[in-house]
Design a binder for this molecule. Structure first.
Ligand SMILES: NC(=O)c1ccc[n+]([C@@H]2O[C@H](COP(=O)([O-])OP(=O)(O)OC[C@H]3O[C@@H](n4cnc5c(N)ncnc54)[C@H](OP(=O)(O)O)[C@@H]3O)[C@@H](O)[C@H]2O)c1
Length: 248
């Protein structure tokens, strides 16, 4: 079932990890689509200078470390007008299940990718349950739909984001809130710099996310690889598991 869309025009958004990569591309795409204001979350707000210089007070830099509950609480006290929350901040800590680093790597991934999404969304719950249409966008990964052994612990964290997304959608089902899950393949950002694979652009990811917001699409496969894998997953989750198991 899909919900009414949330056109960014005239709305207000908060994007985590807005200083580079996919997060920055999302900020730019929201601005290109008439968003009134974006709270751009970053651990180092100096890194947002080019955005504030180019867009003036349509971009409001905010200090945000999603692993720091005090930082999240302070932010949610000072901001009560958001319509769209984009949980983009993430880390890619590599670890295999049967490695010595499995637990530490899983913890690193969970601290940002899972507890960060949960903490930020819960802090802004009231904003998301307003009368007007609102949206929350969670960036999972194709690796959240099938475990990739080369990044097994990261996959586990992104599977948790997928489930969190479904849970949020279920609990907000009777509200005017659209909950969007995004499942990218390899994207050309710092995070994927070491991956020797063809990569799509963060700009294409951002475009598909904003289109999904407008159209009320819940599941987004925003790049060449994910469009193919997403279609395959719809028919054969087991097939995807077996294919991804070869990415060792
Ligand atoms: N690139 C890919 O191939 C790919 C594929 C599937 C999914 N994704 C997901 O897409 C999202 C964006 O990734 P990306 O490719 O744009 O990666 P990126 O270029 O490495 O950017 C990661 C962003 O997350 C921020 N961040 C990390 N830890 C944080 C924390 N504790 N608090 C707040 N912000 C934090 C970083 O801030 P700093 O600059 O301060 O480090 C940076 O802004 C992530 O959730 C990632 O898992 C990426």
């Amino acid at each position: 079932m899909s919900k009414l869309g949330v056109n960014p025009e005239g709305k207000i958004a908060l994007v985590s990890g807005a200083n580079r990569g996919i997060g920055k591309a999302i900020v730019l795409e929201l601005l290109a689509n008439g968003i009134a204001k974006v709270y751009a979350g970053a651990r180092n707000t100096e890194a947002l200078k080019d955005l504030t210089e180019a867009y003036g007070d349509r971009v409001v830099p905010v200090h945000l470390d999603v692993t720091d509950l005090n930082s999240i609480a302070a932010l949610s006290k000072s901001i009560n007008d958001i319509d769209i929350l984009v949980n983009n901040a993430g880390v890619f800590s590599i670890g295999k299940i049967f490695s010595e680093t499995a637990v530490s790597s899983l913890k690193e991934n969970f601290d940002v990718n899972v507890w960060g999404v949960l903490g930020l969304t819960k802090a802004f719950e009231a904003s998301l349950q307003k009368e007007s249409n609102t949206a929350v966008v969670n960036i999972s990964s194709l690796a959240g739909l099938g475990n990739m052994p080369m990044a097994a612990t990261y996959s586990v964290s992104k599977a948790a984001v997928h489930s969190l997304t479904q849970g949020m959608r279920a609990e907000l089902a009777d509200k005017n809130a659209l909950v969007v899950g995004v499942y990218p393949g390899p994207i050309d950002t710092d995070m994927a710099a070491a991956l020797p694979m063809e990569k799509d652009s963060p700009e294409n990811v951002a475009k598909d996310i904003v289109n999904a917001l407008k159209e009320g699409t819940e599941d987004v496969f925003p790049d060449v690889m994910s469009k193919e894998a997403g279609a395959y997953y719809a028919n054969s989750p087991k097939g995807v598991e077996q294919q991804f198991a070869t990415f060792a």
